[in-house]
Design a protein around this ligand. Sequence first.
Ligand SMILES: *[C@@H]1O[C@H](CO)[C@@H](O)[C@H](O)[C@H]1NC(C)=O
Ligand SMILES: *[C@@H]1O[C@H](CO)[C@@H](O)[C@H](O)[C@H]1NC(C)=O
Length: 526
Amino acid sequence: MEGEKDRHHFGASKSFKLMQHWCLCLFIFTLITTSTSQIDYGDALSKSLLYFEAQRSGRIPYNQRVTWRHHSGLTDGLEQGVDLVGGYYDAGDHVKFGLPMAFTVTMLSWGAIEYWNEIADTGELEHTMEAIKWGTDYFIKAHTSPNVLWAEVGDGDTDHYCWQRPEDMTTSRRAFKIDENNPGSDLAGETAAAMAAASIVFRKTNPHYSHLLLHHAQQLFEFGDKYRGKYDASVGVVKNYYTSVSGYMDELLWAATWLYKATDKEEYLEYIISKAHAFGGADWSISEFSWDVKYAGLQVIASKLLNKAKHKRHGDILEQYRAKAEYYICSCLNKNINGSNLERTPAGLLYVRQWNNMQYVSTASFLLTVYSDFLQDTNQKLTCHGGTVDHKEILTLAKAQVDYILGSNPMNMSYLVGYGPRYPENVHHRGASIVSYKENKGFIGCTQGYDIWYNNQESNPNVLVGALVGGPDWQDNFEDKRSNYMQTEACTYNTAPLVGVFAKFLHIENQKLVHDCNTNLVASFK
Ligand SMILES: *[C@@H]1O[C@H](CO)[C@@H](O)[C@H](O)[C@H]1NC(C)=O
Ligand SMILES: *[C@@H]1O[C@H](CO)[C@@H](O)[C@H](O)[C@H]1NC(C)=O
């Protein structure tokens, strides 16, 4: 009986220790999640999703959280007899540009697919799906018949002439389309990719909607493939804004890749394989992944196909895709041969070009994170010209880029607006820089906005929370001026890739915490 008593006593002291440790763990957890010196990826994630609400065009719903915005663009498409109400403004103006809008939705969807559980753990899945659906609802409207897709509403020239709130807009809302006689394979391809990717996102929660998206995606891909052409040749008004410099072959491969992921249908895989050389998928090495250039993205997805036994017979071609994906990753890591690496600022930010450089940092962080996961899951390493690297090193680079964005940089500035103690206060954004329509409904005319608000020295009255601005120059310098649009304008496709990446890094932080606590717990039993 003594022994048993002892054991009982022993057990009690153990469970006391256990409780102590759990309390300690909880304490550390609370400390870290509330501490300001630590990077709070959860906060960044929640904020990033608010940005998409600020960019909404159309009828603002009852549950809108960004309350300084109101209805706008309610007659979009009316002139042409088509309902084009909804969708997103691309940046600081009020044109609805189809190509960057579609890329935004593709990247939001890819992030949701890749980091579904991580986003779910933060409770932000619903908001992520809302951000995607705001785009896909619009694409459904814009795709009025199998071979007609509305490409743009409004035009950059007349829009940029004014500085107005979206709620006051007096600029042209003329809509432009692509069709059989005015083709646009890049636009049709990217919209197909967006809808196919989104169909995967909604598969479980809204199967009917998922099916509808897939149907549109398949039609759009067929349209784009059958009637070949660059959309900027058909829709001249995009030329000074979103010209498809890389052409349409990347978007057609990209669309086929997403359709293959969404359907598992052999015909899409055949397309990727048979067009690998003709369309450059297995040939082009490009250290830029953007609304224009999709090669690196589709090469990363193709690399991941290699791991399935059923793709063995296409091993040769898929290996060539993979070599190009690795060129991109190695280029980010500064481990390609001389002259073919991405530049970096002195503080280590990846640097592609001075105008809106952050878009490339954001997409690179995404691809690095996804590729790191792929190597970890398949127990592989990456061999670059400059040496072999493991998944951890790749993830470390992605984290450094994300942390730079969130304030670990020489300016001590978070380039994600509304995050941390210091962020751009003069974002080049019409709505954010003018008093909210909710506060002052007095009409503000086209050039009146320039006089009263644009040239005003005060910071923006509305904080464009979650927007990732263009960011610093090649020397890490940043000038927070409204007129400095190369650095202070934000775009939807800047923030979109970060949603999944923030969720991933938050997950890692939380895991580390649990791991450290469990290690202590185990140690206490010894
Ligand atoms: C790359 O550049 C470094 C430093 O400029 C030089 O030492 C090295 O020889 C170069 N390597 C190649 C392969 O050109
Ligand atoms: C950023 O913070 C560091 C450390 O607190 C400080 O030394 C530096 O002067 C700050 N830089 C700017 C531009 O505020």
